[in-house]
Design a protein around this ligand. Structure first.
Ligand SMILES: *Cc1c(COP(=O)(O)O)cnc(C)c1O
Length: 372
């Protein structure tokens, strides 16, 4: 096989793939002078709400502000605790921190997602909410999470930033709790050309609060009714996102096809643990935001792949939230701890071809065969 160069993510391809269409959108929006809270935002919000079958989809500045505003809207504040998995992006816990509440970390299960049993051990008289994080495009068993949440009267707030279109038992990630947060960061499955996010909910009063919070605390008639933020989704980004949402199902199909190829080629290797293949567990519909594997001699494998032109990464630099000493959230998380010695991400995005996956898998197999 000839050597290939496979970057972990190909940022220019996001634009180049539909350059003509994007430039036409930009020209149209800018010529109308439609920069903030205009019809393109409303149209995107309507499309997203329809796609997810929710009453409200509200465009926001980014995924992190989405989480913060949801927590504010449900009244989380100083003295409260919110349970968050240690295995997540720091933003999930930062959103809790910036309400004045305390993030309390939970361990993960075999699927790398928050574990219902661990949530139970985190509950105190101050616990107000739990934030399942639907990582890597997979939705956690929400029946197990909801059972714990119901029993202890906790509000469920979903961090679905990595899981637009992912489902558990036919229901979309982000639509299980009181509200869900999404991110349109460029490398997310639905990415814009900068920062962007959304909150989805079917609760009228939460939606009303979010509309105010994202726009300086103003109600629809301009009256200031609370202290808010400036956390709106740019109208230009909304126009781009609305265009991309029209073909989003084919983006998901492509990722699932690539995941199936990885699975077909690597499943015989005892040295790696793969995520479940598409369709392997019928109650889950995964969208493969990432392809996260566990690997023996992980660091050597990554070095070898790099020498063969294949870039891989460790999500969040290979550390989860309790491992950042500066945050002061240390504790005992044995499953997360073990996982961080083995986890890594293989390239997974719509710019890859089947031949790229063949090449990557070939290298992985040759690494283990040679006993390197
Ligand atoms: C990307 C991401 C966020 C934050 O989204 P931004 O839009 O970058 O603020 C939060 N949580 C998870 C799990 C993410 O992957």
């Amino acid at each position: 096989m000839t050597a290939l160069k496979i970057p972990f993510f190909n940022y220019p391809s996001l634009f180049l793939k539909h350059e003509k269409e994007y430039l036409a959108i930009v020209r149209d929006v800018l010529r109308r002078g439609a920069y903030i809270m205009q019809k393109d935002l409303e149209e995107f919000e309507a499309s997203l709400a329809e796609y997810l079958n929710v009453k409200y989809a509200i465009g926001t500045a980014d995924g992190t502000m989405s989480l913060l505003m949801i927590l504010k809207a449900i009244g989380v504040g100083p003295g409260d605790e919110v349970i968050v998995p240690s295995h997540t992006f720091v933003a999930s816990a930062a959103a809790v921190h910036h309400t004045g509440a305390t993030p309390v970390l939970a361990d993960c299960g075999e699927d790398h997602l928050i574990h219902a049993g661990s949530i139970k051990n985190c509950i105190s008289s101050r616990t107000k909410a739990v934030m399942p994080v639907q990582l890597n495009g997979r939705t956690v068993d929400m029946e197990a999470i909801s059972a714990v949440a119901d029993r202890y009267h906790l509000t469920v707030v979903e961090d679905a930033c990595q899981a637009l279109g992912s489902k558990f038992k036919g229901r979309f990630a982000g639509t299980f709790g009181i509200a869900g947060a999404f991110s349109f960061y460029p490398s997310k499955t639905l990415g814009c050309f900068g920062d962007g996010g959304a909150i989805v909910t079917s609760d009228d009063s939460i939606a009303e609060k979010i509309y105010r919070l994202r726009d300086h605390g103003r109600s629809s008639n301009g009256d200031v009714v609370c202290f808010g933020f400036n956390a709106r989704l740019d109208n230009l980004q909304a126009a781009i996102l609305n265009f991309k949402l029209q073909s989003y199902d084919s983006e998901i199909r492509k990722r699932r096809d690539l995941a199936q190829m990885y699975d077909d080629r690597l499943k015989g290797l005892k040295e790696v643990r793969l995520p479940p293949a598409p369709g392997e567990r019928p109650e889950h519909f995964d969208i493969f935001q990432n392809y996260e594997i566990e690997a023996d001699r992980r660091d050597q494998l990554r070095e070898f792949l790099l020498s063969r032109g294949v870039q891989t990464i460790l999500q969040w630099g290979g550390r989860t939230i309790h491992q950042f000493a500066a945050l002061g959230l240390d504790g005992a998380f044995p499953a997360t701890e073990e996982m961080t010695t083995r986890f890594m991400l293989l390239p997974m995005n719509a710019s890859l071809e089947g031949s790229d996956i063949d090449y990557i898998c070939e290298q992985i197999i040759s690494f283990y065969r040679s006993g390197r």
